[in-house]
Design a protein around this ligand. Structure first.
Ligand code: ADP
Ligand code: ADP
Length: 235
């Protein structure tokens, strides 16, 4: 599905954020990147679609090949949806309008998304329905709770009809009960649709509860890569 080969990231100022790493992500797998703040989770996650540019090594998409030029990168990104900690919604837009921004991965600009194709509208409403927010489609997102906002963020990812979802600390701003609901929802949807997911988290208990596979990061390298049930026995 996605291969990372000898990929390393050094930021300006000689900050080594990820030592050369080889790791393969498998179709439909729900992988959690687990580690303390500063371990390199965001860096690994963001390099998977070159939001962070690897300093060495390469990323190879199973669908489109090695990310070497803008055309391949655009194709790869159109199928790789992101979910962020602070969800990065547009506050003065409605839930529906925010979800529709996910279609820009295909249409490029708002201008080419207008007049709005009926399929896009129906798909956006369907995605809101899947995250349990059909009745909030026309609410401004700044009127919604934190958990609802993150569900809009998930719907915006789904409207891209992604083969892969990259979620960077998607529940770090939410309370424990809401975090569990949001992670459960994300995992169930990925399972139903066969979406490959890579999620960064810093809570061991969520990783153990939801992950198919845990990749543990510490000090810029992978220290663990196995099924959750094997984590306790080794570390
Ligand atoms: P995590 O997601 O596990 O908190 P990060 O990948 O964000 O870890 O950060 C790994 C290391 O790289 C940290 O030491 C962090 O301070 C550093 N870092 C992250 N982003 C940048 C950047 N843009 N410029 C310089 N250093 C950075
Ligand atoms: P988060 O944990 O939500 O990623 P951070 O505070 O770690 O938030 O990082 C916020 C932003 O600052 C990110 O874009 C990251 O790349 C950047 N950043 C993190 N550490 C550094 C650093 N040491 N120098 C420069 N930029 C950094």
């Amino acid at each position: 599905m996605l291969r990372v080969e000898s990929m390393g990231v050094t930021y300006p100022g000689n900050v080594l954020a990820l030592k050369p790493t080889t790791v393969h992500f498998h179709k439909g797998e729900f992988t959690v990147l687990l580690g303390l703040s500063g371990a390199g989770k965001s860096t690994l996650l963001r390099s998977l679609n070159h939001l962070v540019k690897p300093t060495t090594g390469k990323v190879v998409s199973g669908e489109f090949g090695e990310l070497t030029n803008r055309r391949i990168l655009r194709q790869h990104r159109s199928r790789t949806a992101m979910v962020f900690q602070h969800h990065q919604l547009i506050e003065r837009y409605t839930a529906l309008q925010n979800v529709l921004t996910g279609r820009l991965a295909y249409h490029g600009t708002w201008r080419s998304l207008l007049p709005l194709p009926r399929q896009d509208l129906e798909l956006a409403l369907q995605c809101l329905d899947r995250v349990g927010l059909a009745d909030k489609a026309l609410s401004r997102v700044d009127q919604l709770s934190g958990g609802q906002q993150q569900r809009v963020g998930i719907a915006r990812a789904l409207v891209q009809q992604p083969s892969m979802i990259l979620a960077d600390e998607p529940v770090a701003s939410l309370d424990p009960a809401t975090s569990e609901k949001v992670l459960g929802l994300l995992r169930d949807i990925c399972q139903e649709d066969g979406i490959t997911a890579v999620i960064s988290l810093h809570q061991l208990e969520y990783a153990q509860r939801f992950a198919d596979r845990i990749i543990g990061l510490s000090n810029a390298h992978i220290v663990f890569d196995d099924a959750p049930e094997n984590l306790k026995s080794k570390h």
